[in-house]
Design a protein around this ligand. Structure first.
Ligand code: DX5
Ligand code: ZN
Length: 228
């Protein structure tokens, strides 16, 4: 069975006890931790910086940390997040003047590189850099806040990116971010995503084990439906 990964977004966690929340969501079955960085400039909100990531590493969180930069510019933050312990660093093409240079910078610092697409961002940004990507993130809401509704236009966009990845024969994660819930994850998975960022769809539930178990069950059905 193809692998589906869950990346709980800690933007929806209780920040007053972040380490505990992260441990809880991982022992409930989360695969990666999705770490949203917002600067009140590229998006109208402020969230977390590299010191908080570092403190999670010091708290013995060892799983992949998937940093999603919603900042402008991005280059000066890349070495800081790499040193703090990021595994993936993803940025938006509109947030840098030189996409290729920023991708190189991420690699030079030993991290995997991702490119993130807002709902209205064209996929043409993939044309000349897909070989350098480890991950493509499709935003299914406008970035800046948790708990927004999934935009249906994302379904066709996911199919399109899935085609491009398969044609390229490259090993690239296709991650979807925003409004992913138990109720829609199966359709999203059938459209080609294999990494699911989920914030409120996990953290707003009292029992992380139970909600993650139900989500995995949905993913199992979606796999069954897509091969039959
Ligand atoms: C939004 C962030 C998301 C957010 C998703 O700008 O990039 O990662 O936390 O939250 P939910 O799953 O609640 O839509
Ligand atoms: Zn995100």
């Amino acid at each position: 069975m193809k692998d589906f990964l869950l990346a709980p977004s800690i933007l929806s966690a209780d920040f007053s006890r972040l380490g505990e929340e992260v441990n809880k969501v991982l022992s409930a079955g989360g695969d990666w931790i999705h770490f949203d960085v917002m600067d009140n400039h590229y998006v109208p909100n402020l969230s977390m910086g590299p010191m908080i990531l570092k403190s999670l590493r010091n708290y013995n969180i060892t799983v992949p940390i998937d940093v999603h930069l919603m900042t402008k510019p991005v280059d000066n933050l890349i070495p800081q997040f790499a040193q703090a312990g990021a595994n993936f660093i993803t940025f938006h093409p509109e947030s840098t003047d030189h996409i290729d240079r920023t991708l190189n910078l991420i690699k030079e610092h030993g991290c995997k590189a991702g490119l993130a697409f807002n709902p209205s961002t064209s996929l043409h940004f993939l044309d000349y850099v897909i070989e350098k990507l480890d991950l493509i993130l499709l935003m299914s809401v406008n970035p800046g806040f948790g708990n927004q509704s999934f935009l249906p236009l994302t379904i066709n966009k996911l199919r399109e990116v899935r085609k491009r990845i398969d044609l390229s024969l490259l090993d690239i994660y296709l991650e979807v971010d925003g409004g992913v819930k138990l109720e829609n994850i199966s359709e999203i998975a059938c459209s080609g995503a294999n990494v699911f960022v989920i914030g409120s769809g996990i953290f707003d539930y009292p029992d992380y084990h139970r909600i993650i178990k139900n989500i995995r069950q949905e993913l199992k059905y979606s796999h069954f439906n897509s091969i039959h």
